[in-house]
Structure formats: structure tokens, C-alpha cells
Design a binder for this molecule. Structure first.
Ligand code: NAP
Length: 544
């Protein structure tokens, strides 16, 4: 993220002074922009379109802050549509005289963040790319048309969409971009079989499924094939810290607050979306202080709080941790030397490992109902699992108008009674004692094969989507690399002070196992930070 740009906050109960300061800073930034911004909105004349209205509203909100933005609207039959080869409504062109950036749909929900970043980049002409990414983009010598599929409820999407905007700003002569909202343009999503978001294509080749760290995206764009790792040059920036926290979920964010307040020079690195699993939890009803709060809203509040204290590097993947004094940590963008490390790497969703699952992942098989749910409105899907996540997500899909059936391998749910009651009340059908044995479909999910675990009876069900919510497994790749000992169940082995077997490396949150609640993860983060502070003053490993 470009450090010179103010960072938006979407918290539900804003600190008024913070909001006033943010808007003031935004206005000043707009006034200083060297370029005015022309926006051209193309709509279907005479047709009520919620997305077109959404675009008008968001532009209106920006125009209240600055006169540097100008919106003009045309019908698809206007000569301007032919001039810019616009075929879909609504389409928003952003500074078309300077850049090839178009938005198919409207920058609503999470995408308002992408829009704000885009306006600031277009207005300043600065991409804010890291030095490492810039070097990769500089080598691109032929045209790239990027298409990024997004949805307004997808917290992962802005990271990938912003990666693409940065590339355009960096090389406008060769790189152009379409940001495509799957809800507004389902036909285009179907055409590309893009049934999960974000998905990025360049010259019609899939280059990234999910949000990629910026440098990995740049490399994928340059090579026109998906890359998974980016190794930075040896001259990458060096940051020295007392504590480096790996993972920006509730455990890592809380640890960051506590560590800095104790006086430790601390940084947090997060490879993906801040907040971890909470960011995609539709509704949280058991975090004290909030009767009911959207997971992403809770994350925004936590991040805003953490940023008051600790430096956060989002979208940066840790590639290596080398034990030593200090530890040496390499990300795709920089190197860290840190006296201590906290592994708050959380957990990844589990796979069913059913035939067809991998091939159709992103083609109707989904692990994120909040991200991908909008594309399945009015269609039929199943959700697999019997825990709190599966029930919460089944209710979420049901309430958004998706025809959902819950499939569970046993005859009772392990979800909390409160959620089970809501599920019963909703009338969502449940297939008990049932397992999916195969997911089938040519280009996208079309049907599933089922087996009754009691009777052995098999059946077949036609569906458009399969949402998997069958729990999580700890993210321990880095721990393994660093030589951290694991429990027989695969979690990080630690003592009561969150110390691992390697002096100076600690753990907190879901990577430790246990109850895996937001509130327990936050508590473990606080405990670990306090233990680290005490150990740094009085190192237990130096005691005889
Ligand atoms: P979970 O509690 O581990 O439940 C996973 C579910 O998936 C179980 O019902 C399990 O079946 C089923 N399952 C596992 N492997 C399967 C397979 N191969 N095939 C079919 N089914 C399979 O996971 P979760 O619901 O994601 O929750 C994770 C943690 O987050 C929990 O601690 C939970 O309490 C917490 N959480 C809390 C809330 C909340 O409080 N609102 C919301 C979301 C998550 P069995 O029951 O047969 O084992």
C-alpha cells in the first residue's frame, strides 16, 4: 500500500475524531493530486439498474470531498461507447485518456476500497508498487489485458484488484484492466468459469486464483502463468525488530498491540487478508462487546486499533525463517532481522479430497461463502459440514437467496445450540449421514454423487455449487521449516507461556489448536506478547 495515501476504515462504530481526521487528510490528498479524473459511466438507457445507481452514488460521495473528479454518463448507443468499445452496462471508465481501466459493475462494498485506491493512484500517477514488483513489471514488453473477477462481499478481492491497478499505472502503454463484478456480470463470469473470487486472467490466461502477494502477481502477469513464490533480490530492504509477528489475525493483531505498548519494536507480516478466518465469517455473535457484528467489520475495528501502535505489512508472504541471533526472515518484498518471532499463522480450510474437488475448485467448488455466494443467488448449492462455520454459512447463503442444502456425515450437528435452532427455524433441508463421493461437471460443477454412511445407499444430486466448510488444519509450513516441534495432531507444541522448542520463537492462536475462538485467539496473542516481553528482559534460555 502506498504509504502516502490515507487508509480507509470501514468500522461500524467509528471514532468520530478519527473519521474527521481521515476525511480531512483525504480532501488534502485530492487537492494536491496533479491530475483531475474523468469518469465515464455507460448505462442501458431506460433500464433500472442497481449497479449503475451504485456507481452514481459512490461517485457522488467522492464528489462531496473533491471537485477534481468529473462524472459523465452515456447510453450504450452513444458514439462514446463505440469510441471506447464499451459493450456492457454499467461500465465505468476511469481516466480513459490516460489509462485503460474499466469497471464492469459497481465499486460497492469491499470494492469501495479498491475504487478509492484507484482514484488516488490515477490522480497522483503513482503506482505505489514495491521496488521488487517494479523491476518485474519493467521487463514486460508486450500487451497485457488483465481481467479481475471480484464481488462486493469478498474481503480478499481488493488486494488482487489493487495489484492489477498498480500494474496499469506503472505501465499504461502496455497494460490495461477490466475489474468485473460477478454479481453484475454473471454471464462473463460463466464464460470464464470464474465461480470463485478473486480470479485474475491476463490475455485470457488464468494467472491467479485467490489474492496474491503483489510481487507474485507481478511475476504471474509477466510470465502469463500462475506463480506461487517470489524470491526478492538480495538488496531488498532490511527491517530490524525486537518481535516479528507472522500472521495478522486476532492473535497477531492483539499481540502487536500488547508488544508495542510494552516497548518492543514490533512488526506484523500477513500474506493475505488481515483478520484471517474472521474476515470471511458472515456474522459473529460471541465476541464480548458486540451482540452481533459482521466478521469483516470486527476485523476492520481490530486493524484500526492495531495500526495505532504497530506497523503492519499486509499482502507479504514470509518465504523463510532462519533461526539465529537474530532470526532472519525473508518475505517477497524485504528482509527482517528480529530478536524474537511469534507464529500466529492460523489455519487453512480443510479439503474433502473427493474426486473432482481440485479440478472444479473455483469452478463451483468454494471454500468462502461470503466471497462467492453472490454468484449463486437463485441457484442450488450444497454446503458440507456440521460445525459452527457450516451452519453460519448455510444461514448466510439462505438469507441471500441461494437454494442451500446442508450435507453432514453424522446424524447430529456439532454447532452451538443457538445456531442449530436458527438452522431448524430457517427450514434449510439437511441430508444426514451423507458424504459426497464425487463432484462432477465439465467446465463447472453440475452434480454430486452421494453415499449414505449408514445404509451404503448411493444417489446423485444436480447442483450448481459445492461449499465446503469442514474445519481447518493448522498452517505450520513455516514452523516446520524453522524446526519448531509439533504435537501428534499437527499443531505447534508450546508451553504455558507460548514458548516453542526453539528459544525466541513463540506461538498463538489457531495454530496452537485448542478452542479456536476469536476471543481465545486474542487472549493467546496478549499472553504471548507479555511472555515475550518478560523473556526479553530476563531470558529463560540464559538461566542455568
Ligand atoms: P469444526 O468445528 O471442526 O467442524 C467441522 C465439521 O466438518 C464437523 O461437523 C465435521 O464432522 C465435518 N467434517 C470434517 N471433516 C469432514 C470430512 N472429511 N467430510 C465430511 N465432513 C467433515 O470446524 P468449523 O465449523 O470450521 O469451526 C472451526 C472452529 O471455529 C471451531 O472451534 C468453531 O467453534 C469456531 N467457529 C465459531 C463460530 C461461532 O462461534 N459463531 C463460527 C465459526 C467457527 P464431525 O462432526 O463428524 O467431526
Amino acid at each position: 500500500m502506498n504509504d502516502t495515501h490515507p487508509q480507509p476504515s470501514t468500522q461500524q462504530q467509528p471514532n468520530t475524531q478519527q473519521q474527521v481526521d481521515f476525511i480531512k487528510q483525504l480532501k488534502t490528498t485530492f487537492e494536491k493530486m496533479p491530475h483531475d479524473i474523468d469518469l465515464l459511466l455507460f448505462t442501458q438507457k431506460g433500464k433500472e439498474d442497481a449497479f449503475a445507481e451504485g456507481s452514481r452514488q459512490i461517485v457522488r460521495a467522492f464528489r462531496e470531498l473533491t471537485s477534481r473528479i468529473r462524472l459523465r454518463e452515456f447510453g450504450l448507443d452513444h458514439k462514446m461507447a463505440a469510441k471506447y468499445q464499451v459493450e456492457h452496462a454499467p461500465t465505468l471508465l476511469i481516466a480513459p485518456d490516460r489509462y485503460g481501466i474499466r469497471w464492469l459493475g459497481a465499486p460497492l462494498g469491499e470494492e469501495a476500497r479498491t475504487f478509492l485506491e484507484t482514484i488516488l493512484m490515477v490522480g497522483t500517477g503513482m503506482s505505489g508498487l514495491s521496488e521488487q514488483s517494479r523491476k518485474v513489471i519493467a521487463k514486460i514488453d508486450s500487451e497485457r489485458l488483465i481481467k479481475v473477477f471480484v464481488s462486493p462481499s469478498c474481503p480478499y478481492c481488493p488486494q488482487q484488484a489493487v495489484n492489477a491497478v498498480r500494474a496499469v499505472i506503472e505501465k499504461p502503454d502496455l497494460i490495461s484492466l477490466e475489474i468485473i463484478d460477478i454479481q453484475s456480470q454473471p454471464e462473463i463470469a460463466h464464460q470464464y468459469s470464474a465461480h470463485s473470487v478473486p480470479q485474475a486472467f491476463a490475455n485470457d490466461v488464468l494467472i491467479g486464483m485467490g489474492a496474491q502477494p503483489e510481487e507474485v502477481f507481478a511475476l504471474s502477469l509477466s510470465r502469463l502463468e500462475p506463480q506461487t513464490v517470489f524470491i526478492p533480490d538480495s538488496d531488498a530492504e532490511l527491517v530490524e525488530t525486537d518481535l516479528l509477528i507472522i500472521g495478522g489475525g486476532p492473535a497477531g493483531l492483539t499481540a502487536g498491540i500488547y508488544a508495542v505498548r510494552s516497548g518492543l519494536k514490533t512488526a506484523i507480516v500477513e500474506r493475505n487478508v488481515l483478520g484471517g478466518q474472521v474476515a470471511t465469517t458472515p456474522i459473529v455473535e460471541n465476541y464480548p462487546g458486540f451482540t452481533q457484528v459482521g466478521g469483516k467489520t470486527l476485523v476492520d475495528i481490530m486493524v484500526t486499533h492495531a495500526l495505532e501502535y504497530v506497523q503492519i505489512f499486509p499482502g507479504e508472504e514470509v518465504i523463510d525463517v532462519v533461526p539465529g541471533k537474530p532470526f532472519e526472515v525473508t518475505t517477497g518484498r524485504r528482509r527482517f532481522k528480529s530478536k524474537t518471532i511469534l507464529l500466529a499463522t492460523g489455519a487453512n480450510h480443510k479439503h474433502l479430497n473427493a474426486p473432482g474437488e481440485k479440478r472444479l475448485s473455483g469452478r463451483g467448488v468454494s471454500y468462502c461463502s461470503t466471497c462467492d455466494g453472490p454468484l449463486f443467488k437463485g441457484r442450488n448449492v450444497v454446503i458440507v459440514g456440521g460445525g459452527n462455520s457450516a451452519v453460519t454459512e448455510a444461514l448466510y447463503l439462505h438469507h441471500m437467496g441461494v437454494g442451500v442444502t446442508l450435507i453432514h456425515r453424522r446424524d447430529s450437528l456439532r454447532a452451538q445450540e443457538f445456531l442449530v435452532k436458527q438452522l431448524t427455524f430457517s427450514g434449510i433441508p439437511i441430508l444426514w449421514n451423507t458424504e459426497i463421493t464425487e463432484i462432477t461437471g465439465k467446465e463447472r460443477v453440475e452434480s454430486i454423487s452421494l453415499k449414505n454412511t449408514r445404509t451404503g445407499e448411493t444417489s446423485f444430486l444436480a447442483v450448481d455449487g459445492v461449499f465446503l466448510s469442514i474445519g481447518y488444519e493448522p498452517s505450520v509450513e513455516l514452523a516446520r521449516k524453522a524446526g519448531v516441534a509439533l504435537t501428534p495432531d499437527g499443531f505447534i507444541q508450546k508451553d504455558a507461556k507460548h514458548r516453542t522448542n526453539i528459544p525466541g520463537i513463540y506461538s498463538a492462536g489457531d495454530v496452537e489448536g485448542g478452542y479456536k475462538q476469536i476471543v481465545t485467539a486474542a487472549g493467546q496473542g496478549a499472553e504471548a506478547a507479555m511472555a515475550i516481553f518478560e523473556d526479553m528482559i530476563n531470558p529463560y534460555w540464559q538461566k542455568s
